[in-house]
Write a protein that binds this ligand. Structure first.
Ligand code: UD1
Length: 424
């Protein structure tokens, strides 16, 4: 298993290019199942999760042609299986995103139940109930969701009692080919949902309201070929900006979008950073200062994202003052904090709230990455504290960050990947 060896105490400076968003790329790949004919996707990030999604649809007989860098052309005309097997779904929960498109286009789907994961139980009951409301027959047996539809799905009004990102995306995709109108109430407003909707609209779907909490879809008989460029990754952008802030440095993120980043930028300003931005770039200058601790409560977009909670926890560990972090989306998303404590962080956890007393005496230590964003937060902390840190199980980070070590090296970070296969 690969590890990262990091020598800390560095001030990050320079420019970093942001990749396409993982959480937009995955549903957009699944959307290719809605059309017989090519969907060309560009600005695709080179990530394990993207490869897993492409392998999953490739396994169904779908043609996947990698074109230029960051571009893929997908054609589902040759599909010969409607099944997402356990061995792929267990490595990536977002595989559930093939359920809606398969069912809407081909009238059947078999998707393994994703099961639990490091950050909580994460059920998919809302996806299932939404599709049932559209007329699908669904049984859950032998660890699989088996769904069929007698003819086209039917439009319905679906109210989500919890805001769910992939749940909204599954229903949105299914509704594009349903008969009649679907209204999704209390829909997720995340920019990745809007990006998916824009891709579907360019494929001929009739969708309004994406980006608000009510999405209206008038089903069409078929969709057509299209091209789409994936929205920049706001979580990757935030990760580099927070890393710069905690190091006292100055970093510019390019190929990104400041308009979908407001909650995070506001917190960075509160921490003492000077932020400037243009249409597709954001720069942060900390002028060598130590950041001030900031309080955070995670909530659905446009509020503060749970996927940035661990990174701000890392910043608060070295910041001036005491902060409180409340996690309201996932019940077990503080596992990075136990590792931060190994590096000397002063953290008290009480239920879904963590109190962090910022201090300057943290030191590198051997630690273990537990999930994707937790891994990023440990890398960030290791880069700024004194001493050496060895981070184990970094396969989590490769799922969602493209070339993270090269990008940090470009900013002056001392980070090396240690691969056992290369060492022998
Ligand atoms: C997506 C993101 C993930 C992000 C999360 C919250 C992708 C691929 N992943 O995950 O990075 O952290 O949104 O912004 O886009 N829930 C139910 N029943 C359901 C579905 C969800 O109870 O059927 C609950 C979950 O347990 C959780 C909450 O709803 O407490 C939100 O989860 P959800 O938005 O569905 O997360 P994902 O879409 O899996």
């Amino acid at each position: 298993m690969d590890k990262f060896l990091i020598e800390g105490g560095k001030c990050l400076q320079g420019e970093v290019r942001i990749s396409g968003a993982k959480n937009a790329a995955l549903p957009i790949i699944a959307a290719a199942l809605l059309v017989k004919g090519p969907l060309t996707i560009s600005n695709l990030p080179a990530l394990h999760d993207v490869n897993t999604m492409l392998a999953l649809i490739g396994r169904m007989g779908v043609s996947v042609e990698r074109k230029a860098d960051m571009q893929v052309c997908i054609d589902s005309s040759s599909i010969d299986s409607y099944s997402a097997p356990y061995e792929l779904v267990k490595t990536m929960r977002a595989s559930i995103l093939v359920l809606g498109p398969l069912l809407a286009h081909f009238g059947e789907a078999e998707v393994s139940l994703p099961g639990g994961c490091a950050i909580g139980s994460r059920p998919v009951d809302l996806h299932i109930r939404g599709l049932e409301a559209m007329g699908a027959k669904i049984v859950v047996e032998e660890g699989y969701i088996r769904a069929t539809s007698d003819g086209r799905l039917k439009g319905a009004t679906i109210f989500f009692d919890t805001v769910t990102v992939t749940g909204t995306e599954n229903i949105l995709m299914a509704a594009t080919l349903a008969q009649g109108q679907t209204i999704i109430e209390n829909a997720a407003k995340e920019p990745e949902v809007t990006d998916l909707a824009q891709c579907l609209i360019s494929m001929g779907a009739d969708i309004s309201g994406a980006g608000t909490d009510t999405i209206i879809v008038n089903g069409v008989a078929e969709l057509h070929s299209a091209e789409h460029s994936v929205v920049p990754d706001r979580i990757e952008t935030g990760t580099f900006l927070v890393a710069a802030a905690m190091s006292g440095g100055k970093v510019t993120t390019t190929a990104t979008r400041p308009d979908i980043q407001e909650a995070v930028l506001q917190k960075l300003i509160e921490a003492g950073a000077t932020i400037e931005s243009g249409d597709d770039w954001i720069s942060l200058d900390m002028q060598g200062k130590r950041p001030k601790a900031v309080n955070i409560t995670t909530a659905p977009y446009p509020a503060f994202p749970t996927d940035m909670q661990a990174q701000f926890a890392a910043m608060n560990c070295v910041a001036e003052g005491t902060s409180h972090i409340k996690e309201t989306i996932f019940e077990n998303r503080f596992m990075h904090m136990q590792e931060m404590i190994r590096m000397g962080a002063k953290i008290l956890i009480d239920g879904n709230t963590a109190s962090i007393e910022g201090c300057t005496q943290l030191r590198g230590a051997p630690v273990m990455a537990t999930d994707l964003r937790a891994s990023a937060s440990l890398v960030m902390l290791a880069l700024v504290v004194q001493g050496e840190t060895l981070i184990d199980r970094i396969y989590h980070i490769d799922r969602g960050y493209e070339n993270i070590e090269e990008k940090f090296q470009g900013l002056g970070g001392k980070i090396t990947r240690i691969s056992p296969s290369k060492a022998t």
